[in-house]
Design a protein around this ligand. Sequence first.
Ligand code: SAM
Length: 292
Amino acid sequence: MTPLDYEFLRKLLRERSGLDLSSDKQYLVESRLIPLARRHGLGGIPELVQKIKSGSEALTAEAVEAMTTNETFFFRDKIPFDHLKEAVLPALVQARAARRALRIWCAASSTGQEPYSIAMCLKEASHLFAGWRTEIVATDLSQEVLEKSKAGIYSQFEVQRGLPIQLLVKYFTQNGELWQLKSEIRGMVQHRQLNLLQDFSHLGTFDVIFCRNVLIYFDQATKANIFERIGRMLEPDGVLALGAAESVVGITSAFKPYPERRGLYRPNGAPAVRLGVSTAMPQALKAVASGR
Ligand SMILES: C[S@@+](CC[C@H](N)C(=O)[O-])C[C@H]1O[C@@H](n2cnc3c(N)ncnc32)[C@H](O)[C@@H]1O
């Protein structure tokens, strides 16, 4: 790949997906895009770049998707899901008692392990939300990962990463080497293709937003812009969950961390909501929180 081809691809990826590649990531681009070029009968990256420059929109989208990192697993980092069960859902059961509606957005949902982990948390507490309208919206830039997510079919390796055995037995059906997530969980998640660089205000407002392990790939200005737009979509007493290696510190003043809830943030300026295990927490949800 010539330096000019690399610069062209860097710029294209930054504009299309936010991916901010440093000047020394040629090996990464080659490892992801040479197989794509071959699948399209092209000799290599120079030919791929030529075809993209000639205006092949489908190939451009495929190249952008091929460069995304889709690494994910069930209950990734565990702590955000413990917070969800122990603190966030109990607080929302009380705060939304009149409205009886709950909306959760998983903003870079990859192959579905994250939104389905959230769905299983909600399902385990479903008696508390009886008669409520609960929505989980899963979005991702990549159509390919969304298709896998919708299918809800995972390998032995994938279900062994993070998923408690009780939940595997309860919510999956084994089919040879594969595990199919039951429709009662799949049906709780709506899937939509969405690029975080573009306007997403049409999704409406949410009580909880998971936006984890995606902004790490973006430059500071893009992160700040996305945080500000996400901030406008979160209810004043809503909660934003970020990945273990992510933070808002030094990037945006749109959010403030919850001091005792690592990885959780609230809209800045909104009244502080106490996110603790409420003494009024229903017994059933306490059981969910403690994993019994
Ligand atoms: C590393 S995965 C994280 C998945 C999950 N949130 C987790 O933490 O396990 C990052 C996901 O972000 C998606 N992504 C990358 N750029 C995006 C963009 N501009 N808009 C929306 N999604 C994007 C990728 O397709 C990928 O599925």
